[in-house]
Write a protein that binds this ligand. Structure first.
Ligand SMILES: [Zn+2]
Length: 434
């Protein structure tokens, strides 16, 4: 057992339902045994109740739950920063040529390690990961995630049209390859499988039918939805009988409580209603939306329809793996929307980066906050002395204000420690400076 003395901050409540400040919780210590939080309270109280237990002091900064990224592409970790193009042209020019390289097993292995080490260095301990088009590359990702103990939900990306020929397969091959991966990796430790057509633009009805055949009781589903106007126009042409983009998935039974759709920047009210009816979720990826000029995410309409929303970095269209930066971008976008936007507090931002993601991925009983009984997946955000963030934390009025300054100024360099189910992660990218 270990007692961690820290400024422990999380959002067990829902800031979108009532007073945001009431969703925030703060304590001075956690008792952790076998990777699970066994007690929480003041440092003095935990030390008195558990005399003789070793104490690890995490002084300065905040200890928050491990971040949950609900949309990120592992094969694109080497392709961040492609500027100046909208979605479909960006895919052809930057993303898909890189994804083709994962046909090479050694390349895929290196990319998987770089991707997962990048997640850990950014404080992300759970993620819904958009996979590769190549099954052996998926074995590399799952094996490397298992080795690191991370909560990873992922699956083979399948498509049978409108992409580079080397990224296409048939519904029969996609079904066989996916079923094989699913059988070997789903529900193995902290790993789970997600059926993953790239988007209905690149998936025929036959391919979407194959996806539906894979969806068992506890299998996840993820894809893209309503990201860009040219994409939506093409989907409308390809599926003349469909009512809207979401219908291309829903008519195959692919909209469920375990479905996560990335983007949804341009939804109709009918689509929002359908998402809410099926308890499906949306991964909001603001920096990607900005980089590709996709549009300003209508968060208020999602919340008013009762659609679950969490955050995704959408690397490589997104500009990095650090989820607090994504939360800041979400805040900016809502400000830019004016009266149509939702003014987000720092409590909303912490919730979106942690518990909202856990709820979206059905992991809320295990991660997303630091309550007793949860896994000890945590990030210690402590800036270097003398940094502008350190200066600002010194002048923070209260915990919410400290969070605001972390979201405004924080970078992966401020990640002073990451715990994955109670084990402090070794990060190749950011060795512990203290
Ligand atoms: Zn994406």
């Amino acid at each position: 057992m270990t007692i961690y003395g820290a400024t422990v901050v999380d959002t067990p409540g829902d800031p979108f339902a009532g007073d945001p400040a009431a969703a925030l919780a703060e304590d001075g210590a956690l008792l952790v045994r076998d990777g699970v939080i066994r007690a929480r309270g003041s440092l003095a109280a935990l030390c008195e109740a558990h005399p003789g237990e070793p104490v690890t002091r995490l002084d300065g900064g905040l200890l928050v739950p491990g971040f949950v990224d609900t949309h990120v592409h592992f094969p694109q970790i080497r392709a961040i920063g492609g500027m100046g193009l909208p979605l479909l042209e960006w895919l052809d020019r930057y993303a898909l040529p890189e994804e083709s390289k994962l046909a090479d097993l050694a390349y895929a292995r290196a990319v998987a390690a770089e991707f997962l080490d990048g997640l850990v260095a950014s404080g992300t301990t759970s993620a819904l990961v958009f996979g590769s088009h190549f099954a052996p590359a998926m074995d590399e990702l799952f094996a490397a995630a298992e080795q690191r103990g991370l909560n990873i939900t992922s699956g083979l990306v399948v498509s049978d049209r409108k992409l580079r020929p080397d990224l296409l397969s048939s519904p029969e091959a996609a079904l066989a390859d996916s079923a094989d991966l699913l059988r070997r990796w789903h529900d193995r430790g902290r790993l789970r499988y997600a059926v993953t057509p790239r988007f209905s633009l690149s998936a025929s009805d036959g391919m979407l039918d194959a996806c539906a055949q894979l969806l068992g009781q506890d299998i996840w589903f993820t894809s893209h939805l309503n990201e860009n106007l040219a994409e939506i126009a093409t989907v409308t042409e390809l599926f003349p009988g469909s009512q809207h983009y979401l219908d291309t998935y829903s008519k195959h039974g692919l909209v469920t409580a375990r479905s996560v759709f990335a983007h949804n920047v341009h939804p109709s009210d009918a689509e929002l209603t359908l998402l809410a009816e099926h308890d499906a979720s949306v991964a909001h990826c603001p920096s990607s939306n900005g980089a590709l000029g996709s549009g300003l995410f209508p968060l208020r309409r999602h919340v008013e329809h009762g659609v679950h929303v969490a955050l995704g970095t959408d690397v490589g269209a997104g500009s990095g793996l650090f989820l607090p930066k994504e939360a800041l971008q979400a805040y900016f976008i809502q400000q830019l929307l004016g009266p149509a936007g939702m003014s987000l507090t720092p409590v909303h931002l912490l919730y979106l980066a942690t518990r909202a993601g856990a709820l979206t991925l059905g992991l809320e009983d295990r991660v997303g906050d630091l309550a007793v009984g949860k896994d000890f997946d945590a990030v210690w955000l402590r800036p270097a002395d003398g940094s502008t963030l350190a200066v600002n934390l010194r002048y923070a009025r209260d915990t919410a204000d400290a969070l605001a300054r972390i979201f405004a100024l924080g970078t992966p360099a401020d990640v002073a420690g990451v715990w994955v189910r109670g084990v402090r992660a070794e990060s190749a990218a950011y060795p512990d400076p203290r």
